[in-house]
Design a protein around this ligand. Structure first.
Ligand code: PEP
Length: 250
């Protein structure tokens, strides 16, 4: 089964009402490859603004995080039901910035993922190794550990609501993109792991995105790899070149 190319834009803690409106206007006016699913993730405060400004069917809005409790005394958090109530059907989870700066463990990320899916919100689930882990030859074992924690919580059709983003931590926001070979090697390993530990169908159908200093120049070569099904883009998603990344295959 062909996997639809997917490009996510993670705005992180950037933007103002004006700049978000201007990015969305750029997307509304652009010629976007209709074979690509596009999801932009502005800060929580601007989710509804982005949503109301968007005029394109193949562009959706995503949160950057969600909590794994239905409601209650969790100051500062946002629930899955609140996302749904605001017509937001995607969230990023497990971004390395949340894992490292906010101490989210593999288990917490997996639990949030399950909670989001059960509540009807699809997940861009991030994984990736640090530079130290790569240099120690532990890249694949780190990713497999993260995947195992996820697979312990999700099953069956849950996988249809997950897009995996492989984001080597050393490549995020550093300008140091993984080589095409490094990225393809890990993507292939993720697919192999899914085949061995989940199912043939999940391995064949799950989209695996690459993230880490993707830009308008390096996207085309990465997009040609057979196991790279799109990108999760940070810095460049705030710039006009995001359109070039969406259109990597044209
Ligand atoms: C990200 O934050 O998900 C990311 C990939 O960032 P950047 O593209 O800036 O490296």
């Amino acid at each position: 089964m062909a996997r639809k190319f997917f490009v996510g834009g993670n705005f992180k803690m950037n933007g103002t009402k004006e700049s978000i409106k201007s990015i969305v206007k750029g997307l509304n006016e652009a010629q976007l490859d209709s074979n690509v699913e596009v999801v932009i993730a502005p800060p929580a405060l601007f989710l509804q603004l982005a949503s109301s400004e968007l005029k394109k069917d193949n562009v959706a809005v995503s949160a950057q995080n969600v909590y794994d409790k239905p409601n209650g005394a969790y100051t500062g958090e946002i629930s899955v039901a609140q996302l749904k109530d605001s017509d937001i059907h995607w969230t990023i989870l497990g971004h390395s910035e949340r894992r490292t700066l906010l101490g989210e463990t593999d288990e917490v990320v997996a639990s949030k993922t399950k909670f989001a899916i059960d509540g009807g919100v699809s997940v861009i689930w991030c994984c990736g190794e640090s530079l130290e882990e790569r240099e120690g030859g532990n890249t694949i074992s780190v990713i497999e550990r993260q995947l195992a924690a996820l697979a312990a919580k999700v099953s069956g059709d849950d996988w249809k609501k997950i897009v995996i983003a492989y984001e080597p931590i050393w490549a995020i926001g550093t300008g140091k993109v993984a080589t095409v070979q490094q990225a393809q090697e890990v993507h292939e390993a993720i697919r192999k792991w899914l085949r061995a530990n989940v199912s043939e169908a999940v391995a064949d159908e799950t989209r695996i995105l690459y993230g880490g200093s993707v830009n308008g120049k390096n996207c085309k070569d990465l997009a040609k790899e057979k196991d790279i099904d799109g990108f999760l883009v940070g810095g460049a998603s705030l710039k006009p070149e995001f359109i070039d990344i969406v259109n990597s295959n044209l």
